[in-house]
Ligand binder design. Structure first.
Ligand SMILES: Cc1cc2nc3c(=O)[nH]c(=O)nc-3n(C[C@H](O)[C@H](O)[C@H](O)COP(=O)(O)OP(=O)(O)OC[C@H]3O[C@@H](n4cnc5c(N)ncnc54)[C@H](O)[C@@H]3O)c2cc1C
Length: 434
């Protein structure tokens, strides 16, 4: 076991930890990364859409060498009922070439690549090693205790990047146990279904090597707060669904049943027909947003990525927030080394800089949404149904004059949700999302 002291210890080799480690190792700091998995990415689950801009901010021109699946040229939102779907989407050829907008990826491959880049930059990446505890002296974090024999390792700064449900964050900041309320945790499952490349391109109407994404709400989550997704990889499709754990428990449903239900939907079944399930994965997602965000720094410690609750669930963004928080933390730590000051005041700059970036600004914008949706899960079910009722009437050609049609649509919609309730919903949605 490594006995010497490092400049920085990073706990967790996901995008947040590896992003921080890469920036710091490139600046010449002595960095060690601990990862509990067999290799970076072996324990990591993502839908997974990786965003070019944030990734490039850390790994310039990564798309020229990193293992990616398809550049995403088309993004869709589907509102489902049990037998119908209302679709909204956007496709652009501009997304098909450099500098690209986003890519589908497998985290098991992509994180492994990031790990190699971090090693090439001079950091140590030690896998199959669990960090069990934080070591503090006089109130300052000075190292970590790993699960290895004589496993104490010391450093001037510790970066906690261990992902969702971070017990180390609680310990490092001296927070009350139970702070990480499970009410705001979602659980998601995903299958990777193998299909020939050409079949995927035919079914999704894609040109050679290009990709599409579909986000789904409505029947897919049985009226619970959550979403489902379908993403095209080169020779497979990732399909998954997630919902708030508290809603799953209350409804006595499990995510696997949701996934089977999703796969059987008449609009989805043909997309995956004949495919072979290659992988089944499950993971939690911190959905608490701004209100659940802990303080992001302490004496000798910073918190990045999911461990800091930096996930924008409404926009399906997490990896980019993780990378940018890791990069920002890395830059602040480099500055702390230049000043020789690792105190709480010096590291506070990390939170200030993040607050000025899209990471915290976006979470702040949606800060009331998680509480609102948790209390009003019916909106996730009702509105896809209303859209279906209206569209069914609109697209049914049955010799009824259009004016009469309009009246029928309004009547059917108001039967489901009275006019004043609709106005109230729209006003509240505007307040929490606007
Ligand atoms: C089903 C699903 C779909 C998603 N889809 C998307 C998407 O399409 N696009 C997107 O941008 N985001 C998506 N996200 C969110 C995204 O995956 C996360 O926000 C992102 O991975 C956070 O990165 P991180 O580095 O903070 O944490 P993680 O990626 O979770 O990495 C944490 C690492 O720390 C390791 N670790 C944990 N505890 C310890 C310990 N004690 N000691 C040592 N190592 C430890 C873990 O093994 C892991 O490797 C999705 C999440 C889920 C669950």
């Amino acid at each position: 076991m490594v006995q010497e002291k490092f400049d920085v210890i990073v706990v967790g080799a996901g995008p947040a930890g590896l992003g921080a480690a890469y920036i710091m190792a490139n600046a010449g700091l002595k960095v060690i990364v601990f990862e509990r998995g067999e290799h970076p990415g072996s324990k990591n689950v993502m839908g997974g859409v990786l965003y070019r801009q944030a990734t490039e901010d850390v790994f310039p021109e990564f798309w020229k060498e990193a293992p990616l699946e398809r550049p995403v040229v088309e993004s869709n939102y589907w509102l489902t009922t049990d037998d119908a779907v209302t679709k909204y989407g956007y496709r652009s050829q501009e997304f098909a070439g450099e500098p690209y907008n986003s890519f589908t990826v497998f985290r098991s491959k992509f994180d492994r690549w990031m790990g190699r880049k971090v090693e090439q930059a001079g950091a140590l990446v030690i896998c199959e090693t669990v960090v069990e505890d934080i070591i503090k002296e006089d109130g300052k974090v000075v190292g970590v205790k790993t699960g290895r024999p004589n496993g104490q390792v010391y450093a001037d700064v510790v970066v906690i990047a261990e992902g969702v449900n971070s017990i180390l964050t609680q310990e490092a900041l001296g927070m009350q146990k139970g702070y990480l309320a499970w009410d705001y945790l979602a659980v998601a499952v995903k299958e990777v279904i193998a299909l020939p490349k050409e079949k995927i391109e035919d079914r999704f109407g894609l040109e050679d090597g290009k990709g599409a994404t579909i986000e789904i709400i409505g029947e897919a989550t049985k009226g619970m707060v959550g979403t489902a997704f379908i993403y095209t990889n080169m020779e497979s499709i990732s399909i998954g669904v997630g919902a708030l754990m508290s809603h799953l428990v209350n409804r006595k449903l499990n995510p696997n049943d949701l996934l089977e239900n999703l796969k059987a939907h008449p609009a989805i079944k043909p997309l995956i027909a004949g495919g072979e399930i290659k992988e089944y994965l499950g993971h939690m997602i911190p959905e608490g947003g701004y209100k659940a965000m802990p303080k992001l720094y302490g004496n000798g410690v910073v918190i990045v990525g999911d461990a800091a609750q930096l996930v924008n669930g409404l926009h399906r963004e997490g990896s980019n927030l993780a990378l940018i928080s890791g990069k920002t933390a890395g830059e602040v730590i480099i500055k702390a080394f230049e000043k020789g000051d690792f105190s709480i005041n010096s590291l506070a700059e990390y939170q200030q800089r993040l607050a000025d970036s899209f990471v915290v600004k976006d979470l702040q914008k949606y800060q009331h949404s998680s509480g609102y949706f948790e209390e009003h899960p019916e909106l996730f079910y009702l509105y896809p149904h209303l859209a279906s009722i209206a569209n069914k009437e609109f697209f049914t050609i049955d010799n009824i004059p259009k004016k009469e049609k309009q009246r029928i649509i309004m009547r059917k919609v108001f039967e489901q949700r009275p006019k004043w309730e609709l106005v109230k919903d729209l006003y509240k949605l505007w307040r929490v999302l606007g």
